[in-house]
Design a protein around this ligand. Structure first.
Ligand code: LMR
Length: 400
């Protein structure tokens, strides 16, 4: 009965890993998916995560009962504080509802399904470009997806004027997806002043912000600084949605831990919104898994473990920044044509190199370097050992 099913293409990001795994070359490098690697090219489990897991294993009072539909209460409370700040008035006034979801993607999906059912304006504006999964998540949730200008290929920076023009002409009430920090794939963020202008513009047009916060702590190495744009919007008392992921900043990729928060006008509205979120979640996956959220809650609740986490997080962010400088220097040494300063200017896990699809295909074929076809490289996958190979490959791609 399934004989007519056609073969689907691989995912543009996760498919890069599939192709990488098939390549027998020992020198191959995977710079596709945004996943942190050590200097030795190995996945990293943070020490503080190992410690938290050990504590959980040793605690014989722990059981494997179902979590509530909304997830682990402590996890939700601490996640809201992490993104909105310890002294957030919205939290104190109980205007925020937070539900544990399946990492960033699951949080976006639950938020989008809720909007499609309960929000009058079903159009969402997403930046051009954006993470490849965004348009699919929102369209399949029942929202109408439109784009706003974001990136300027000429400057390899922000097209702020285009962004302002497009949001100015968006219909009143439309949802706007904003990357909280370390924009994926470009690594280009608005400045603090530009964020404030975006906030004023959006509030004046009653545009509803939906933040995707997948990299808190990875952009600057500082958790509070990276949450600033979200806190700026929350501080004005208006509504917003925020999807959080612990995949990158706690290295909990496969545990699928995340949270969706919806900031409402009153505590009464927040309670009703939460009741509807439960109706979204229950038929999809019933309730979220317990293990990853317990790790996060253990770390966030304990000030000593929290401090250890911030140190390990900063070390990851610093290693990525050092990779940016090493790659930039390596291209300079080779005299590679072009201006590569954007490698050190862009922030977060990715560099949007400006290499085109043919150049990327060339680098994969000749140098066994795997990256997404839009020219994005995951700096977190690089090491001092692989920088020269990447620089050789880029040099050859732009000069051959
Ligand atoms: C990425 O963009 O590489 C990550 O967000 C991983 C993913 O799920 O695509």
């Amino acid at each position: 009965v399934f004989a007519d099913v056609v073969q689907a293409p691989e995912d543009p990001i996760l498919g890069v890993t599939v192709a990488f795994n098939k390549d027998p070359c020992p020198m191959k490098v995977n710079l596709g998916v945004g996943a942190y690697r050590t200097e030795e090219g190995k996945p990293l489990v943070l020490n503080v995560v190992r410690r938290a897991e050990q504590m959980l294993v040793n605690d014989s009072s722990r059981v494997k009962e179902y979590l509530p539909i909304t997830g682990l209460a402590d996890f939700n409370k601490m996640s809201a504080k992490l993104i909105f700040g310890n002294d957030s008035p919205a939290i104190q006034e109980k205007r925020v509802t937070t539900v544990q979801c399946l990492s960033g993607t699951g949080s976006l999906r639950v938020g989008a399904e809720f909007l499609a059912r309960h929000y009058q304006q079903r159009t969402i504006y997403i930046p051009q470009p954006t993470w490849g999964n965004h348009p699919k998540v929102f369209a399949l949730s029942g929202l109408f997806v439109k784009t706003y200008r974001y990136y300027d290929p000429a400057t390899r920076g922000l097209n702020f004027q285009g962004l302002v023009e497009d949001l100015s002409s968006a219909p009143s009430g439309a949802v706007v997806l904003l990357h909280a920090c370390a924009h994926n794939p470009t690594g280009v963020d608005p400045t603090v002043e530009q964020w404030e202008q975006i906030r004023q513009l959006m509030r004046s047009k009653a545009l509803l912000p939906f933040f995707d916060s997948a990299y808190q702590g990875f952009a600057s190495g500082n958790l509070d600084a990276d949450a600033q744009p979200v806190r700026l919007f929350a501080a004005d008392g208006g509504e917003l949605l925020a999807a959080q992921s612990y995949a990158k900043n706690m290295g909990l990729y496969g545990e699928r831990v995340g949270a969706l928060s919806i900031v409402c006008k009153t505590a009464d509205v927040a309670a009703k919104v939460e009741s509807q979120l439960k109706l979204v979640i229950r038929p999809m996956y019933s309730s979220p898994p317990i293990h990853g959220a317990s790790i996060v809650a253990t770390i966030l609740k304990d000030s000593e473990m929290y401090n250890e986490w911030t140190i390990e997080l900063k070390a990851m962010a610093d290693r990525i920044i050092s990779m940016r400088h090493q790659l930039f220097e390596a291209l300079r040494e080779r005299g590679t044509p072009g201006d590569w300063t954007h490698i050190v200017k862009q922030i977060g896990m990715f560099t949007f190199t400006g290499l085109n699809t043919e150049q990327v295909a060339f680098m994969t074929k000749e140098y066994h370097i795997y990256m997404t076809s839009d020219g994005r490289i995951s700096m977190a996958g690089l090491s001092s050992k692989t920088v020269p190979l990447l620089a050789d490959a880029i040099h050859a791609a732009v000069t051959h």
